[in-house]
Design a protein around this ligand. Structure first.
Ligand SMILES: [Zn+2]
Length: 216
């Protein structure tokens, strides 16, 4: 079942790994399918060798529907985001380096470049620390995420979301790039996008993201 969606996930895993957004088996990816179900990466994946038989289908109550492997130990965060954000159909969680740096120093990412506002939201926030895999962390992440497409997880990493996998992966890449810029500029006097332009950029963003019709 859902072989096309699983193939999209295989490609997403390879892109996440080869673009340096995660190392080893850390990080995890999921996408929403009909009937309040999701497909999620298994625990302890080798992302360059993963294949469509490795994924796990679950419902949002945590019941396993299909799959021979155990689902990611961080699945509660995925369930909670899908429950609270009807617009989200794909989630990418990484332990990427610069996002992790921001998460360790507990630093929100202000609107320092226009792609942050357009792709991620006005201000990327850090979710309060809680142990990995817990309901507490899931709730903290949803709170920090708000209506944005990305959040940082204190002392842990990052999560990015989108209406499809392409958008969620792009958000992950823009977040890592933005964290990297922030790491370089934070010790200087830096400027941000003027407040008046934020709603304009958010409007442009809606049109811009809708243009990506060729990306499923
Ligand atoms: Zn993690």
């Amino acid at each position: 079942m859902y072989d096309n969606e699983k193939r999209t996930l295989v490609e997403a895993c390879k892109r996440m790994y080869s673009s340096g957004l995660t190392v080893g088996s850390w990080g995890n990816i999921s996408m929403r399918i009909p009937n309040n179900r999701i497909i999620i990466t298994p625990s302890g994946s080798n992302y360059m060798r993963i294949n469509i038989d490795d994924f796990v289908i679950m419902d949002l109550n945590g019941n396993k529907i299909e799959g021979r492997l155990n689902p990611s130990s961080e699945r509660l965060m995925h369930f909670q985001i899908y429950r609270k954000r009807n617009d989200v159909n794909a989630i990418v969680h990484t332990h990427s380096i610069y996002s992790s740096i921001m998460s360790v120093i507990n630093r929100n990412i202000p609107p320092i470049t226009e792609d942050i506002v357009m792709i991620l939201g006005k201000n990327v926030r850090v979710a309060k620390y809680a142990l990995t895999g817990t309901a507490e962390l899931a709730n903290n992440v949803v709170e920090a995420l708000g209506v944005n497409n990305a959040a940082l997880l204190a002392n842990h990493g990052a999560v990015s979301v989108g209406s499809d996998m392409e958008r969620a992966l792009t958000a992950a890449e823009v977040l890592e790039k933005s964290s990297r810029i922030m790491a370089y500029v934070m010790n200087f006097k830096y400027s941000t996008i003027p407040d008046d332009d934020i709603p304009k950029l958010l409007n442009i963003s809606t049109d811009y993201l809708n243009q990506w019709k060729n990306w499923k």
